[in-house]
Design a protein around this ligand. Structure first.
Ligand code: SF4
Length: 303
């Protein structure tokens, strides 16, 4: 089975503005109707075509008659931890499940962690998702939908101010899906997030890091987790393909906009990667780079 899902073209969360303009031109509708529908879906979070009240009734009817819908992923179980972090189980149309996490940042602001794949092919040894293998990539609409549905699960007056592609899956393995979702998320006519507020995390797919930098000016986070190749080869098999020196070279070349920092994530695995020598090697690896290092205590259900 292909890991590339078929894009449901009659689900409005999968359509970009240009797609809607092409559709409405074919139907003889004025061009501005495309923008109205696009804004209903991505800015106002409309749940149904009927709810798009500034569209003529005949157009709403035609959209419904032709099988269009505002496809939404469904939220299953919501788990809230003592610090108000909320983990939302997300059910997809084909029955697959991923999750998205809302992390409080204070002052009613939340950072949201997005999934990009069902499972993951990268097989990092400290990660539960890695044990599942990859079922499939998420579509752009399924990624954006995580942001839209999470709004309903925020406390009164709260909002998601930052987005991080760091949930289930390796985002850069689903490059097209992630870029498609970023087009809606960072479009002022769409969800309107500044690129500064969006971070894509990777385990180190070097060609895609370079491609990401040439495509969209989002922040980059690297899941490093080891200070030498011997350990990283063992805990992150991707390192055998792109070892640390190659990876750090790609990071140094990443076209980070001025005054921004990359994040280097480092899961602390007792007795494996957390010695004083590791700390010294890590400092050496990032010397002179605009980075923030995020040390993460390991928990057995990570990923
Ligand atoms: S840590 Fe990320 S890249 Fe590695 S297996 Fe888990 S989800 Fe995949």
């Amino acid at each position: 089975m292909s890991v590339r899902p078929e894009i449901p073209r009659k689900n409005l969360t999968e359509l970009g503005l240009a797609d809607l303009q092409a559709l409405f031109a074919e139907w003889g509708e004025p061009k501005f109707r495309a923008k109205q529908v696009y804004q209903w879906v991505f800015q106002k979070g409309a749940r149904s075509i009927d709810g798009m009240t500034n569209l003529p009734k005949a157009l709403r009817q035609r959209l419904s008659d032709e099988g269009y819908s505002v496809g939404r992923v469904r939220v299953g179980r919501v788990a809230e931890s003592i610090d108000s972090t909320r983990k939302l189980a997300i059910k997809l149309d084909d029955g697959a499940a991923v999750e998205t996490v809302l992390i409080p940042m204070g002052d009613g602001k939340f950072s949201q962690c997005l999934s990009s794949q069902v499972g993951c092919a990268l097989d990092c040894q400290f990660c539960y998702t890695g044990t599942l293998g990859l079922s499939r990539h998420l579509t752009p609409g399924e990624i954006v939908d995580q942001v839209l549905v999470a709004r309903d699960h925020l406390p009164e007056g709260a909002r998601v101010t930052h987005l991080v592609y760091m949930g289930m899956g390796e985002p850069l393995h689903n490059f097209d899906g992630v870029i498609g979702s970023l087009e809606r998320i960072c479009d002022p006519e769409g969800l309107g997030y500044s690129h500064r507020k969006v971070t894509v995390s990777t385990s180190g797919l070097v060609p895609q890091i370079e491609k990401l930098g040439q495509t969209v000016p989002v922040n980059l986070a690297l899941s490093l987790n080891a200070s030498n190749d011997e350990v990283r080869d063992r805990i992150m098999p991707v390192n055998k393909r792109w070892p640390i020196a190659t990876l750090m070279k790609a990071l140094r070349a990443y076209p980070l906009p001025p005054r921004r920092k990359m994040t280097v994530e480092y899961v602390l695995l007792g007795g494996v990667n957390d010695s004083d020598a590791d700390a010294r090697r890590l400092a050496e690896l990032v010397r002179g780079m605009p980075v923030r290092i995020n040390l993460i205590p390991w928990n057995p259900f990570q990923g």
